[in-house]
Design a protein around this ligand. Structure first.
Ligand code: DAT
Ligand code: MG
Length: 141
């Protein structure tokens, strides 16, 4: 067990629907600390770097268009095992399979509009936090 940081992002569809506060609320109420937060109009370059692992997938074009169409809310949360717990709180990638009680299971129905991103491992969290935030934009406890 360890205190960690993870990168969470309310994607364009979530911000458009006014769900940024709901996503933050869930993590704060669970007990995680907010260490970084900003609205970002994402460039194509940043979107491609963020989703680099998917660049060969057939849906990559749609993924990049979806991430750049309107602002996202980029977030960093800190706490015990937060990388893994955030993934559990977010739910399965396809909202059709996301359990009720998860963010996607409560707020989404479509894969392309699944509201939120969360880092999938401590290594991804480290990479994504550095990609989205300058150190000076993050606060200590
Ligand atoms: P996650 O967001 O749960 O980490 P992922 O990293 O595998 O999922 O995929 C990133 C995003 O790409 C995902 O949130 C929705 C989209 N996506 C994934 N698989 C897809 C597919 N088979 N068809 C269309 N979009 C997909
Ligand atoms: Mg992923």
């Amino acid at each position: 067990m360890a205190v960690e940081r993870t990168f969470v992002m309310v994607k364009p569809g979530g911000v458009e629907r006014g769900l940024a506060g709901e996503v933050i609320r869930r993590f704060e109420q669970r007990g995680y600390g907010l260490r970084g937060a900003k609205l970002v109009k994402v460039s194509t370059k940043l979107a491609k770097e963020h989703y680099a692992e998917h660049k060969e997938r057939p849906f990559f074009g749609e993924l990049i268009e979806g991430l750049t169409r309107s602002p996202v809310m980029a977030l960093v949360f800190e706490g015990e095992s937060v990388v893994k717990v955030a993934r559990t709180m977010i739910g399965a990638t396809n909202p059709v399979d996301s359990a009720p009680g998860t963010i996607r299971g409560d707020l989404a129905t479509e894969m392309g509009e699944n509201i939120v991103h969360g880092s999938d491992s401590p290594a991804s969290a480290k990479r994504e936090i550095a990609l989205w935030f300058d150190k000076s934009e993050l606060v200590k406890k």
